[in-house]
Design a binder for this molecule. Structure first.
Ligand SMILES: CC(C)(COP(=O)(O)OP(=O)(O)OC[C@H]1O[C@@H](n2cnc3c(N)ncnc32)[C@H](O)[C@@H]1OP(=O)(O)O)[C@@H](O)C(=O)NCCC(=O)NCCS
Length: 243
């Protein structure tokens, strides 16, 4: 399981601080709406400013000498919470229910050795995981024919190293999503496989952030966009058998 670094929280903190300064919203609101903190603390997707655990975090901030340190330490005390409606996990991939007729794919690095999960050496392993995942979905479909579509939302769909794992018809449906500021589908681009922040991405982001004069175009600070894909499950039938 990836262990998110202090630097990952610091980067998001810097973003929220800048948003608060430019827009005039309280820092607490900027942290809620412009960072992945709420989800990382395992509080779900409601973004409820009155959630008791969120209140403990916010109250602690007012006494914290080092707010970033407090945020990261607070995260370390929190249990890992899987994505909502998660059904099953196969190595780096998992899927959840996404309404009656769809499943949603998720990706997280679960490799035990120091090799990128997206490297060419590991393509076979990733495809084997996806084959097992779709075999599992196929077994579910024998009783629940309603599952017809496969969805995904991630910055990862920008990367050739990720795109090559899927049928091209699925990748072809990719479209940009404008604001995913609370989600790993946007913030994940700053991480390497160890949970550290990538220096090149960080530098580019902070340079763009420093040049921003208003929140209107703030999404432009992110080097990569979150992309949403949505395709018929039929595209996956047999795809991993021949790879
Ligand atoms: C995906 C992840 C494991 C990649 O980290 P890594 O293995 O250390 O990355 P590497 O530098 O070894 O790169 C592997 C490949 O991905 C590309 N890549 C990885 N991160 C990149 C980034 N931020 N921007 C551009 N390319 C990137 C590399 O160019 C390389 O491709 P190549 O083999 O074609 O050259 C890491 O970013 C991660 O764990 N992120 C969080 C998980 C996540 O975002 N999940 C999605 C939630 S929706």
């Amino acid at each position: 399981m990836i262990r998110y670094s202090r630097a990952f929280f610091e980067l998001q903190w810097q973003f929220a601080e800048r948003v608060a300064a430019m827009s005039g919203v309280p820092c607490e609101q900027a942290l809620l709406h412009y960072t992945n903190f709420y989800i990382r603390f395992g509080l779900g997707r409601e973004f409820d400013t009155n959630h008791p655990v969120w209140r403990i975090y916010i109250d602690g901030l007012s006494n914290a000498a080092e707010p970033v340190e407090w945020s990261w330490r607070f995260f370390l005390t929190r249990p890992h919470v899987p994505p909502p409606l998660l059904v099953a996990t196969f190595g780096c991939f998992s899927f959840s229910n996404a309404g009656n007729d769809a499943i949603r794919l998720h990706f997280a690095n679960t490799e035990s050795h120091d090799c990128s999960p997206l490297s060419s050496e590991r393509i076979g392993a990733r495809r084997a995981e996806l084959r097992a995942l779709f075999d599992h979905v196929e077994r579910i479909r024998q009783t629940r024919r309603a599952i017809q579509r496969v969805l995904g939302t991630s910055w990862l769909y920008n990367l050739p190293a990720y795109r090559r794992l899927f049928p091209s018809g699925y990748i072809d449906t990719a479209r940009e999503l404008s604001s995913r500021f609370q989600s790993m589908s946007l913030w994940g681009q700053f991480l390497d496989r160890h949970g550290n922040v990538r220096p090149d991405m960080r530098a580019l982001f902070l340079e763009r952030l420093a040049r921003q004069t208003g929140v209107h175009e703030i999404a432009q600070c992110f080097p990569l966009r979150a992309l949403a894909v949505d395709a018929p499950i039929a595209l996956f039938e047999g795809f991993y058998d021949v790879c």
